[in-house]
Design a protein. Sequence first.
Length: 103
Amino acid sequence: MGIRIIGNSKTQSKKGEKLQEPRDYAVVLLNDDYTTREFVVEILKLIFHKSHEEATRIMMYVHRRGRGAAGVYTWDIALTKVNQVHDLARQYEYPLRCVLEEV
């Protein structure tokens, strides 16, 4: 049994055991009839670190298609971003929603 050091912790793995890459999840914004386009662009810039141009492109895609990916992340990061979107939307009284979808 081999011991690998990751950060300051030790983990044990069986010899020959293959580690799986973490799964990726898309954070998908859902269109609604009340959230302003400007607010969606600001969310994409603030939470997803998109440029103004890319945020505008994603916002228009969501507006036209009804949904669109804001980014792809591991589970923990994606869930955090979903919660941040929902918290800000609630704070500004918008019904903006997003969901996680496994890629």
